[in-house]
Design a protein around this ligand. Structure first.
Ligand code: AMP
Ligand code: MG
Length: 473
């Protein structure tokens, strides 16, 4: 029997923050994959989810006892323009569970049918985006990046009409909450002071129990987002759709629509087919985060009541980000101490990587070995950098060899490359899940890639390059 000890706190918030409704059943659900380790983390019986009763829950065909399903209301700026009310148009929160160690998690179905916020959408997801989110979110977790997670993927036995008809699927997403910058924007836009205060209180208790008041909340989010974006930058991760409704208050990465990991390093890399103005280019992500946090500050201003204090909080972001970024990249080049000139040294490498069309992941992974220079069009340009780097290491009493293990811990061998994800999706649409499972297995231990899987670390061949990604709704 499936037993989930729900403890639902979001439904105690003011009613304008959600709409209660159940998922819409599907014709013929079948389990694609279940995340046993996450189920265990949540204190759930993984095996029970593999029974017909469990699969029915994961497909939205049965509502488990104790669930109080709802779609959340939120607003947001999309590509810099205020969109007004958005909300969960294809997702339903079943409820929250609290783990034995006291952590609270949302369990949400994504692709579970229309809601009052679906606008013109069908409330469904097709297999492609579901598998992409499963792979990338679990890879991010394995890479040590705060993120929403994937508990399960099921196919629905129904077709979803996009440019073509595709197999439908439902993802079970787990997050410490789904509260977004856009949730606060929505409450502020309704000018409901009591509702905003209740949301602040709920969010503080849930994510920042050591902080007080709206300014404490703002400072907390600023710190977590600075740390988060620095981690993205250290992995060559391009989120692709950093709208304010896609930025969490918890500091977890959310919404794996058009995201991509950079292959050949290019600071202004953009993959999303709809990001015409390149607003969400790789190198712009810290500035965009700052812009989004300014929207959060604006939403909280009626409660903070002190524009100077809010501005002072925001002004901390660039310094916090720069310091987190420097820590991330110091670690990536094996430094254990901080010295003047480190930032210049790191930028120098990145500049040479861009000029030399070096693969982002493989260059860092190869540091300290003979093959690093082979990543560059002009290997001699790397040799020059390496000499300075070696001298810098010597200044802290180390050689390249001394730091080889650290370098391997700091730089993954395998990340979810877009062409590999696309190949896995392509096969899955033809009912072959072997490439998906193989890729997933490799991504779960990104710092040690067995020989048999070395192909997964390779950049795409000319004819494998996927130049554009899609939101895939
Ligand atoms: P996203 O860009 O994926 O964050 O989505 C932006 C908004 O569009 C959110 O309110 C989503 O719930 C909604 N949305 C996206 N896809 C669909 C869909 N297939 N059906 C209904 N709503 C959708
Ligand atoms: Mg979204």
């Amino acid at each position: 029997m499936v037993q989930i000890a729900f403890d639902n706190s979001y439904v105690r918030l003011p009613a304008q923050l959600y709409s209660r409704l159940a998922p819409t059943p599907v014709t013929d659900p079948s389990l694609i994959t279940l995340n046993h380790s996450l189920a265990n983390r949540l204190g759930l019986d993984a095996k029970a989810f593999e029974t017909p009763e469990g699969i029915a829950i994961l497909a939205g065909n049965a509502v488990p006892s104790g669930a109080d399903p709802l779609a959340q209301t939120y607003g947001g700026h999309q590509f810099g323009n205020w969109s007004g009310r958005l909300g969960d148009g294809r997702a339903i929160l079943l409820g929250e569970v609290v783990t034995p160690d006291g952590a609270r998690f949302d369990i949400q179905l994504k692709g579970s049918g229309p809601t009052p916020y679906s606008r013109n959408g069908d409330g469904r997801a097709w297999l492609g985006p579901v598998l992409r989110e499963y792979l990338v979110s679990e890879a991010m977790h394995a890479l040590g990046v705060p993120t929403t997670r994937a508990l399960a993927a099921v196919s629905t036995g129904e077709r979803v009409q996009r440019e073509e008809g595709y197999p439908g699927a439902v993802l079970t997403r787990v997050a410490s909450s789904h509260i977004r910058v856009g949730t606060f924007q929505y409450m502020a836009a309704t000018e409901d002071a009591e509702g905003l205060a209740a949301l602040v209180e709920h969010t503080l208790a849930r994510h920042y129990p050591d902080r007080q008041g709206p300014l404490g909340l703002l400072n907390g989010v600023i710190e977590r987002q600075a740390a988060l974006i620095a981690k993205w930058m250290g992995l060559g991760f391009v989120h692709g759709v950093m709208n304010t409704d896609n930025m969490t208050i918890s500091g977890e990465t959310i919404d794996y629509g058009p995201c991509a990991f950079i292959d050949t390093y290019q600071p202004m890399a953009v993959y999303s087919s709809i990001d015409h103005a390149e607003r969400y280019a790789f190198a712009r992500q810290p500035d965009v985060a700052m812009w989004n946090l300014a929207q959060l500050a604006t939403s909280l201003l009626p409660m903070i009541n002190d524009q100077k204090a809010a501005q002072a909080a925001l002004d901390r972001f660039p310094g916090l980000f720069q310091s987190a970024w420097t820590d991330v990249f110091r670690c990536k080049i094996g430094l254990q101490t901080a010295q003047d000139g480190d930032v210049a040294l790191i930028h120098d490498l990145l500049t040479k990587m861009a000029e030399g069309q070096a693969d982002f992941t493989n260059t860092f992974r190869a540091l300290g070995t003979q093959t690093a220079r082979d990543q560059f069009l002009d290997p001699a340009s790397f040799d020059a950098w390496q000499a300075i780097w070696a001298a810098r290491l010597e200044a802290e009493g180390a050689t390249l060899e001394d730091r080889i293990d650290d370098l391997r811990q700091a730089n993954p061998a395998v990340i979810p490359r877009t062409h590999r994800i696309e190949q896995a999706i392509h096969a899955a649409v033809a009912d072959d899940f072997a490439p998906f499972n193989r890729l997933l297995t490799a991504l779960l231990s990104p710092y040690m890639l067995p020989h048999e899987q070395a192909d997964l670390a390779k950049p795409p061949a000319e004819d494998e390059i996927v130049p554009r990604t899609f939101c895939g709704t």
